[in-house]
Design a protein around this ligand. Structure first.
Ligand code: SF4
Length: 249
């Protein structure tokens, strides 16, 4: 059982989100270990993005910040019904009427049950609009796309292991570009002015890369979609070589 204390409030706001009237729920990014020793992976479909993950850097790594995000995750893992009831209660407050909730500053819809819980919350709170970035393409195709709540919006983000399932002519997609020129040249619209543009703006959502030198070096002038496609092609070539060596034995 978790040793992480239950968070008193589930939704938070930083100054950027306050400016655009958005409240935020988050998990810890990607992989880690809870205080009780359990390991976790909140982004099971993360790909190259994990190598330059904004949420595994800077203030996100401060002990108190990470502890708070891990307490959120422990709550979901240990008591999904209790977490659901508290989230339902919180999003029912009048301050959220006609407002927005961003699901995940970091982390993703790591299980079917967790995603279903969010869909149920959205259906029960029609006066709030919920939105998310996700790399869980297959899970959304199966559980969300057939019958999405009208107040639940999402954008698929490139840089994950399921990128190959995405179709930018049909899906709303976000990509991270090394600079604004490449972003515009690719036909994407910059969402820097407001995070809400990710779900209410043009469907090709462009995000300029973080200005962290080590991350920029790793990204090496590629968009996340390009970088992931390169990595997928290299992996496929390695697999094909492995198979042909087995046949040759
Ligand atoms: S999906 Fe987001 S939070 Fe998870 S590893 Fe990738 S960039 Fe980080």
């Amino acid at each position: 059982m978790s040793t992480n204390p239950r968070p008193a409030r589930l939704l938070t706001q930083n100054k950027d989100l306050r400016r655009i009237g958005v409240w935020n729920w988050t998990l810890p990014a990607w992989a880690g270990r809870l205080a009780d020793g359990r390991t976790y992976n909140t982004c099971p479909s993360a790909g190259v993005c994990a190598q330059v993950c904004y949420a595994r850097n800077g203030t996100y790594r401060f002990r108190n910040v990470l502890a708070r995000h891990e307490a959120n995750l422990a709550y979901v893992l240990d008591d999904l019904p209790g977490w659901y009831a508290q989230m339902l209660d919180e999003t029912g407050h009048r301050r959220h009427v006609d407002g927005w909730v961003r699901i995940h500053d970091a982390g993703d819809f790591f299980s079917d049950d967790y995603l279903r819980a969010w869909l149920d919350i959205a259906r029960a709170r029609p006066q709030v609009t919920f939105y998310a970035y996700t790399k869980e393409v297959e899970r959304f195709r199966r559980l969300v796309e057939p019958d999405p709540p009208t107040n639940f919006r999402w954008v698929y983000s490139f840089g994950g292991r399921q990128d190959a399932l995405l179709d930018p002519t049909r899906d709303r997609v976000a990509d991270v570009f090394p600079d604004g020129e490449q972003l515009a040249a690719a036909g994407y619209a910059d969402q820097s002015d407001s995070d809400l543009l990710a779900v209410v703006g043009p469907p090709l959502v462009g995000i300029p890369a973080n200005n962290i030198p080590a991350f920029r070096r790793r990204q090496a002038g590629r968009s996340f979609a390009q970088w992931q496609a390169e990595q997928d092609a290299q992996r496929a070539a390695r697999r094909a070589r492995g198979r042909s060596q087995e046949v040759g034995r």
